[in-house]
Design a protein around this ligand. Structure first.
Ligand code: TXA
Ligand code: MG
Length: 325
């Protein structure tokens, strides 16, 4: 049985927050909203609970979880020493869509850190997430709330469709505002391991030059896996507008075709013009994957400029695509 806890995202009801926090303290698995995507949470110190999260997601055990905190006071319990750069990033982006990789203390189980000596830490800004984290008082390990390899969840309905009957509770707090996961940063090497909700430019304003690590050098275990993919085949277009319509026209002779676009409109069985800014595109891309996979065989996606949040959007689209044109 999965309990659905529907909360008011701008004014979370105390009793409901208390219920979610109580379940987490008891070692239960509870999905909850953050401003990036929904997370599938459990007590980060409880190896059995962590095990349940890996199992529910079908996630390889070498791919570590992010530990979410409700207060910066929890940091010294989880990490051994905070560098100058890390301190600056924490001051600038906690709470927010930033995850920092830091050296873990002995208290953080290897089950949570995927066997690594480091741990990923994030303090989300979403009111519901903050309320639950503060009420529970324990750090909450939470990967994105999707079956491994599927598009991340940006609404409770997405979480329900992946996890109904397989987790203890799902907190419904509406739509995630950003729609893409947090930016994962290793400040010790000045690297972005996963582009996300905070841009490279924003990070560089705080700690100076950083590099986005490439696939071959990436130290983030999660980046080697295929990701974010709907069940329909995804074709990503990085070039001219004309190619998309040509593909759509040709494929529609034998298949149901969907198009997700930002700059132009197209004719297809299911055409979605997804917003007028990169932020709107980011917010809707995973939801559109999940909507269109029910309706079409192939999804053609218009790529964006790799600038600002566009870097994170293209990172997700490349991983979801089985063909890039
Ligand atoms: O926005 C987000 O980050 C969401 C919300 C729920 O907080 N969470 C999320 O978690 O996206 P997940 O598990 O789907 O992605 C975490 C990423 C993975 O690529 C993982 O490999 C990496 O962070 N990671 C975690 N711990 C790490 C570590 N110690 N060293 C390097 N990479 C790590
Ligand atoms: Mg994920």
């Amino acid at each position: 049985m999965t309990e659905i806890i529907k909360v008011n995202p701008s004014m979370p009801e105390k009793a409901k927050i208390r219920r979610a926090a109580q379940l987490l303290s008891q070692g239960k698995v509870v999905a909850f909203p953050t401003e990036t995507v929904y997370g599938l949470g459990c007590n980060a110190f409880d190896e059995d609970a962590v095990e349940k999260v890996f199992k529910a997601k079908g996630r390889p055990s070498d791919n570590p979880l992010i530990v979410h905190i409700g207060s910066k006071r929890q940091l010294p319990i989880l990490v051994s020493g905070i560098s100058e750069k890390e301190k600056k990033l924490i001051d600038a982006f906690f709470p927010g869509p930033l995850t920092l990789i830091m050296n873990k203390t002995g208290i953080v189980p290897y089950a949570t850190s995927g066997g690594l000596e480091t741990v990923a830490i994030r303090m989300p800004k979403h009111k519901v997430a903050q309320a639950i984290l503060k009420e529970a008082g324990i750090p909450i390990a939470a990967p994105s709330a999707n079956i491994s390899g599927r598009p991340s969840s940006t609404t409770a309905e997405h979480v329900i469709s992946d996890f109904m009957g397989r987790v203890d509770a799902i907190v419904d707090g509406g739509k995630s505002r950003i729609g893409l996961e947090s930016t994962v940063v290793d400040a010790s090497t000045s690297e972005i391991l996963r582009p996300g909700g905070i841009t490279k430019e924003e990070i560089e304003k705080v700690i100076g030059r950083v590099e986005i690590s490439t696939a071959s050098t990436n130290k983030s275990p999660g980046m080697k896996y295929r990701h974010y993919a709907p069940s329909a085949k995804v074709i990503l277009f990085t070039g001219r507008k004309k190619a998309i319509q040509e593909y759509a026209d040709r494929l529609m002779k034998s298949k149901k075709v969907g198009v997700i676009s930002i700059y132009h409109s197209f004719r297809a069985d299911e055409a979605r013009h997804a917003g007028n800014s990169l932020h709107e595109y980011a917010r809707s891309i995973f939801a559109l994957f999940r909507e269109l996979e029910e309706k079409v065989d192939v999804i053609l996606v218009e790529g964006v400029e790799e600038k600002g949040i566009g870097i994170a959007i293209m990172n997700r689209l490349r991983k979801a695509a089985s063909e890039i044109v």
